[in-house]
Design a protein around this ligand. Sequence first.
Ligand code: S3P
Length: 175
Amino acid sequence: MNRPTLKIVLVGLPGSGKSTFGKKLAMELNFAFIDLDEYVEAKEGKSIPSIFYEHGEGAFRNLETKYLNETLDLIEGFVLSTGGGTPCFNDNMELINTKSISVFLDIPIETIHKRLLHSEGDRPLFNGLDSTELKTKLEDLAQIRTPYYNQAKIKLSGEEISTELVLSELLGFFK
Ligand code: S3P
């Protein structure tokens, strides 16, 4: 029997675990894994922070949209983790839903806040913020972005999301 091939796209706030979880899910499905931020960096030969600092957020959003289009058309059978802002610009959520099965990782803000306080990653949107400012920024982003994330075909809520849960949701999706 032929294996089904799907395009699965993970959306959610920064720190919701899209990349870590995406890698795990791709391994379980034996699919390719693509991290959109890493794809942009490889194509542009620049880190995300340097794109932000040298060219501004607008330039980054255009590149993000360009490479989202490119990756969505690449192959079948992949898990793509997007950047936290990807679905919220340039009709990207609509595009994602047209071409893939989208999954929203709906992790509580408190959990994300704790994770980001202890993470080493360089995230331009949060640069220089203390703990309280980070919390406020996350709440603001959640308010603006959740309506986009909520358009995902599958929504998984909780502190820890297991790949088993996604797999059963995916099966349910095809019933
Ligand atoms: C962004 C999130 C980042 C990255 C960029 C902008 C955002 O990705 O795309 O720094 O607007 O939320 P992660 O969600 O992987 O941190």
